[in-house]
Design a protein around this ligand. Structure first.
Ligand SMILES: [Zn+2]
Length: 310
């Protein structure tokens, strides 16, 4: 009879306190792509407020510099992007329009994932005739969790540098994330063992990190040159090549048009596999762990013959 009212009073007081002083995140993070938003959330927890500029259904090479994006970048403490010129068509405009000195390239509030790792497919010569190439190397590093581990360690350090008051918390979450990935990677590799040596057709050259990790071989691309859509003659040649090159499946990202992969699938009698490519690309890719897990499951399903569709 005595305890009850006093507990109720305490509860009310606690709610009032919560309302009076809402927990405020220390850092506003502007993530260019969903994978970096997911990583910032893993590492930052309650100490960050994350805005993700694009969705898994958007082509990160081609994004409109909308006023809403400029407004979000204006209030950001750090921009976390892929870099290696993936966002060259839109980030420079956003950075300029935001007038936010904190997030400009070269400063501590600008983080490029591709700066933390060694890139593959660095062109030996630059030629615009080779299509919309990535001159710094292939920027699509998020498809290999071993790269994600390296990038995570660097980003955690950067967050701690910007928000020294919570440095211990960033370090703790970075360790937990690294431990979890460290345990998952051998499991994924064991799961993906049947994919080793499998020949595949890709859409855009966006998979070298994944295929290198799993030991798959890219034997043809739907895009004749990076960023260039295929024409009829090219597709006919590709259909001719598929049996010769013993391609077992054609893969494409969630943001890409399914028509060309579906056409090839139908004509060449190999499954077309839509992969999440980033967090949110499929229902199962709810976070980075789901991204790698679902990618491998879909590839295995395609190899098993049901087309990898879901
Ligand atoms: Zn690309």
């Amino acid at each position: 009879m005595y305890l009850r009212p006093s507990l109720a009073v305490l509860a009310v007081a606690a709610i009032a306190l919560t309302l009076a002083a809402p927990a405020r995140a220390a850092l506003n993070v502007f993530a260019c792509e969903p994978e970096w938003g997911a990583l910032a959330t893993e590492l930052g927890g309650d100490d960050v407020s994350v805005f993700v500029a694009t969705t898994a259904r958007q082509d990160p090479h081609q994004v409109q510099a909308r006023p809403a994006l400029i407004a979000h970048l204006r209030g950001a403490d750090i921009a976390v992007c892929t870099g290696a010129e993936l966002e060259i068509g839109w980030m420079p405009v956003l950075l300029r329009q935001s007038s936010n000195a904190k997030v400009q390239p070269g400063g501590s509030g600008y983080f490029e994932a591709t700066q933390q790792v060694r890139l593959l497919e660095v062109p030996t010569r630059l030629d615009r005739a080779e299509g919309d190439i990535h001159p710094g190397g292939n920027p699509h590093v998020q498809t290999d969790p071993r790269y994600m581990r390296v990038i995570a360690a660097a980003l955690a350090q950067r967050l701690a540098q910007l928000d020294a008051a919570h440095a211990a918390a960033y370090a703790q979450r970075a360790k937990a994330f690294d431990d979890k990935l460290g345990q998952a990677i051998p499991r994924w590799q064991a799961m993906a063992a049947p994919l080793k040596g499998v020949n595949i057709v890709i859409y855009h050259k966006a998979w070298i990190y994944l295929t290198s990790w799993l030991g798959m071989n890219e034997v043809a691309t739907i895009e004749p040159k990076p960023g260039v859509p295929p024409g009829g003659a090219y597709l006919a040649q590709l259909l001719d090549d598929i049996p010769k090159r013993q391609a077992r499946m054609v893969i494409y990202a969630a943001y890409q048009d399914a028509r060309a992969p579906d056409f090839i699938s139908e004509k060449a009698h190999i499954p077309a596999v839509m992969l999440p490519f980033t967090v949110g690309g499929t229902d199962a890719a709810v976070d980075l762990f789901g991204l790698y897990d679902d990618t491998i499951k879909r590839l295995l399903a395609a190899l098993g013959g049901n087309g990898g569709r879901s």
